[in-house]
Design a protein around this ligand. Structure first.
Ligand code: SF4
Length: 497
């Protein structure tokens, strides 16, 4: 994209020579796409990178001025620009500062749904021994509030957490009291399928300032197929629950997440239309996670990443058309990537951070006191793989969690800057490492990028977005910027199913 103004130094005479700054590149759409450490990018003519490496680029051209302004090269007049680059890189890595922000409490494994793709390996609704005890809740709240983060989110999930509403009522006042004592700002989100929600529960949430996140997989036929429950009425319950939430908590206090099963793949537009019909202004086209029950049932729910990417592109095109017609709705994964691609900022979305957000930015406190590096790590443990169990609230402190063997092994594989395949990938600044995904799918935390579903998804989605950006259609870019700047209301991304 063309720049409106160049800095003053750009108008000095052509310098005698230049030096390279770190960048990576990829050839696409007949051009070379260069991306620097701060995620700034430039589409350049073929041969530009070779010209840079051979130091024979004409320093009197607009191309040279663009390369300098975007911090791919520097020369004798560049020193103020280098400070700007350092600031941008610091801003990009802001997510590693401040301590763990997202704290997920699994208050019960019980659930009355029996979804094939369930990420939590649920137990039947009557087995109370799978609820979090008060002593475990006390220890988990204390550990959460030990995080140095000033802004903390308590995410309560299950199973179906409303089946353990008494545990929720026990945790919330304790968390609030301790947050106040420690001077922290506390957000609380409950992830529920809403099948058992009542007005009394919602009035409690309203009084305590609790937000709700629920699941909506698409129209009734699809949602009910993906999410079986007694009565075959998961969709009807979810819609009724969403309306009740909005009536009691307010329109913005309920968000919905969908999971893409093999059945969903043929219904991208219908799923998006359902979100519009239900007056949501964001939708997250999420692939199924290769964890928990999704592994046992993958013959029914699973698919190749290529099919998901077709689904994503079709869904995104439809979402853009809907925005062009005047209804504002953002695709959340696109919004996360665009924020990284078009601004100096990172995002709070822990699955797309490097160093990986697991443990640094999210901790999961299981009903039995075990602490995991992420929700996905806990799902692996339900399949008897305890690789990412960091410790237990009854035996460990925050310090021992972060210095134990499990954490240290994971941290080694947490930086895509140092991973084979990623270290020279043009999209490294926008992407992540995800050691848990690669351990789960490839048996190796470091992972093999050429055969990684995580890599192929991100590689293809980022290329697709760059192709759209390169077209520079005025209306499309206006929509993209409305997603980034929040002009379009985007509900908080939380990781419950
Ligand atoms: S996972 Fe793939 S797309 Fe992402 S940085 Fe690594 S090589 Fe690039």
């Amino acid at each position: 994209m063309a720049r409106a103004f160049y800095p003053l130094e750009q108008f000095a005479g052509a310098p005698a020579g230049f030096h390279l700054l770190p960048f990576r590149f990829i050839r696409m759409n007949g051009k070379e796409l260069l991306v620097n450490e701060a995620g700034e990018f430039l589409f350049a003519p073929p041969g530009t990178v070779q010209g840079l490496v051979d130091e024979r680029l004409d320093t009197s051209t607009d191309l040279y001025r663009d390369l300098k302004a975007k911090h791919f090269v520097y020369d004798d007049s560049s020193s103020p620009l280098l400070d700007i680059l350092a600031t941008k890189v610091r801003t990009k890595f802001d997510h590693i500062c401040g301590g763990t922000k997202l704290h997920i409490f699994v208050v019960t494994l019980r659930c009355e749904h029996s979804c094939d793709y369930c990420q939590v390996s649920r137990q039947t609704a009557t087995r109370g021994e799978f609820d979090m005890s008060t002593s475990t809740a006390d220890r988990a709240v204390a550990m959460m509030m030990d995080s140095p983060a000033r802004e903390v989110t308590l995410e309560i999930q299950g199973g179906e957490p409303l089946l353990a509403f008494d545990v929720i009522q026990y945790i919330i006042p304790r968390a609030k009291r301790l947050a106040k004592e420690k001077g922290k700002n506390l957000d609380i989100v409950v992830c529920s399928n809403l099948a058992c929600v009542t007005d009394d529960i919602l009035m409690y949430f309203r009084d305590e300032g609790v937000k709700v996140s629920t699941s909506l997989d698409g129209p009734a036929f699809l949602h009910n197929k993906n999410r079986p429950r007694p009565g075959h009425n998961s969709y009807e319950k979810a819609i009724e629950g969403i309306e009740r939430c909005r009536a009691i908590l307010g329109m913005e206090s309920v968000a919905a997440l969908m999971t893409t099963t093999a059945t969903s793949l043929d219904y991208a537009t219908e799923i998006v239309d359902e979100y519009v019909r239900r007056d949501f202004h964001s939708i997250f086209l999420r692939p199924i996670s290769p964890y928990g029950f999704a592994i046992k049932t993958r013959h029914r729910t699973g698919y190749e990443m290529g099919r998901f990417l077709e689904f994503y592109k079709k869904g995104l095109a439809h979402i853009l058309d809907i925005n062009r017609s005047g209804y504002r709705i953002a695709e959340v994964y696109t919004q996360i990537l665009l924020t990284k691609m078009l601004t100096p900022h990172g995002t709070r979305y822990v699955d797309m951070q490097s160093p990986a957000g697991e443990a640094w930015n999210v901790l999961v406190y299981n009903y039995d006191g075990d602490v995991y590096a992420s929700d996905e790590s806990r799902m692996l443990a339900e399949m008897n793989d305890w690789t990412f169990r960091l410790g237990n609230v009854h035996r460990d402190t925050r310090r021992t969690l972060f210095t134990g063997d499990s954490a240290l092994r994971m941290f080694h594989a947490s930086c895509n800057q140092a991973l084979a395949g990623c270290s020279d990938c043009a999209f490294q600044s926008y992407c992540a490492a995800d050691p848990i995904y690669h351990h789960s799918t490839q048996g190796d935390m470091y992972g093999n990028r050429p055969t990684s579903g995580f890599c192929s998804r991100n590689m293809e989605v980022i290329k697709h977005l760059f192709s759209i950006i390169e077209e520079n259609d005025r209306e499309t870019m206006r929509i993209f910027w409305s997603w980034i700047t929040g002009e379009c209301v985007i509900e908080e991304v939380v990781e419950c199913a």
